[in-house]
Design a binder for this molecule. Sequence first.
Ligand SMILES: [Zn+2]
Length: 104
Amino acid sequence: MADLIADLCQVKTFKDYGYVGCHRNAKVERAGRRYCGLHDPSRVAARKAKLDEKRAARRKALDDRYNAGADLVRRLGAGQPYDGGVWLSRDEAEALLARLKETR
Ligand SMILES: [Zn+2]
């Protein structure tokens, strides 16, 4: 029995309102602790780095989209940035139409 427990991953996971030991077989040993393939610290770090990279790319795409809308607002002098474009209230739209008619 002791050998069976010694061969298990030593990470505690949260399950059913409490912490229990991981039930997977250990594959690697790092700094005196044994880990399964899922909880191997180097693989955990690699997964986290990949996720951080994906989140940063998504964050940049959202920021670029917002900044495109903010740039339009700055150039128009009216409205609020909205989903990569501009949201105008009725008054702001009427004022812009009036300005357009003046320039024609
Ligand atoms: Zn594990």
